[in-house]
Write a protein that binds this ligand. Structure first.
Ligand SMILES: C[S@@+](CC[C@H](N)C(=O)[O-])C[C@H]1O[C@@H](n2cnc3c(N)ncnc32)[C@H](O)[C@@H]1O
Length: 365
């Protein structure tokens, strides 16, 4: 057993089975052994690849999306541009490069990054030095004022809890120790779970055997942002893989070196995520005072922002090798079989703001 697995096993022996959220929190963010603490997990040599690492066009279009949002906000003289979980800083570096075309926005923005990983903070410092970013451990650290916030593949890393429907009540699926004391297994809590109150109303009467997921940290984040945007103005863009409307199903997954990994095996060594329930995020933000737009499929969103036009401009001056990379990157972002449909964009906005670029319909979860 790894050092982290031993610590988790000790904790289970002392206090009983853990919620999946507790297991996930430790596996990802344990101060010493957590997955994100000591490694750069992105890219071909890491465990997974994200849209900004697939094509520079992704970050460029999002940068221009931010400039459009700033314009719709009435071009405030000072605006906080924040990113949650910026990874290697690639998205923001591409965005800021594209924003050279909008110098007034560049002058107005102060860059703030919310990042838990010391390794990734160093990457971000290297590629974003020119914009003098400030780092924060959580959303609560951001200064007051009008805000434009972006987050790509951030929500999927927030811990989830799983509940299974019994004959008459919901029961939490927990992580226990196997009979040999050396491995982890799932175990159902025999007591009815009070967390069932957090399930989306549409799922509460699901058939026995159904599994529902809740993500309390995402509810809190969306409600905090919803209230803030309602009072201080601005907009937040979330892009992630997930589902809409609410649905039952086990979406917890682990990835290691680009392959599926057992979710309970070697905690801290594989990325652990679950799909985002966009309806719950939307409902929490709306309930706190924001207007919510989308979700729209990533493919349609990027097409509406001008992906084809930007790709054509890059292709016009590309070498044959670059051309192949640009085309395959765009396909990966747009193709419904790849990232085009499973990934979705959702915007939370101040109620007075006009529809953000790429969105037409409000979300009424
Ligand atoms: C899947 S990566 C996405 C990186 C980047 N947005 C991209 O698209 O390439 C998740 C990012 O969120 C950060 N992260 C995960 N959980 C976090 C938390 N609770 N607080 C702050 N950052 C977190 C990770 O360190 C990493 O930068």
């Amino acid at each position: 057993m790894s050092a982290l697995a031993r610590l988790l096993a000790q904790r289970i022996r002392a206090t009983g089975p853990l919620s999946i959220a507790e297991f996930m929190q430790e596996a990802l963010l344990h101060p010493r052994y957590g997955y994100y603490r000591a490694r750069d997990p992105l890219g071909a040599r890491g465990d997974f690849i994200t849209a900004p690492e697939v094509s520079q066009i992704f970050g460029e279009l999002i940068g221009l999306w931010c400039a459009d949002a700033w314009d719709k906000m009435g071009r405030p003289e000072r605006v906080i541009l924040a990113e949650l979980g910026p990874g290697r800083g690639t998205l923001m570096a591409d965005a800021l490069r594209a924003l050279k075309a909008v110098p007034a926005f560049r002058r107005a923005l102060a860059l703030h990054l919310v990042e838990s990983s010391p390794v990734l903070r160093r990457h971000q410092a290297a590629v974003l030095a020119e914009a003098s970013p400030s780092w924060h451990d959580s959303l609560g650290g951001l200064p007051e004022g009008p805000l434009i916030l972006i987050a790509n593949e951030f929500l999927d890393a927030l811990p989830i809890r799983q509940l299974v429907r019994g004959e008459t009540s919901w029961h939490e699926r927990r992580v226990a120790l196997g009979a040999n004391g050396q491995s982890f297994v799932f175990a159902l809590d025999p007591a009815p779970s009070p967390e069932a109150a957090l399930l989306p109303p549409a799922l509460r009467a699901a058939a026995p055997g159904s599994l529902g997921e809740i993500r309390p940290a995402a509810f809190t984040l969306a409600a905090t942002l919803g209230e803030r945007l309602g009072h201080q103005g601005g907009v937040a863009l979330f892009i992630d893989y997930g589902y809409f409307p609410a649905a039952c199903g086990d979406t917890l997954q682990a990835l290691r070196r680009h392959r599926r990994h057992d979710v309970l095996d070697e905690p801290g060594e594989a990325d652990l995520t679950a799909h985002v329930d966009f309806a719950s995020v939307a409902a929490a933000a709306r309930g706190a005072g924001a207007r919510v737009w989308g979700p729209v499929p990533q493919g349609g969103f990027l097409a509406a922002l001008g992906l084809a036009e930007r790709a054509a401009a890059l292709i016009a001056r590309a070498t044959p090798a670059q051309l192949a990379a640009i085309e395959s990157g765009c396909r990966r972002l747009l193709d419904p079989e790849q990232m085009g449909t499973l990934f979705k964009a959702l915007a939370l906005a101040a109620p007075s703001l006009a529809a953000p670029a790429g969105f037409v319909e409000e979300c009424i979860p």
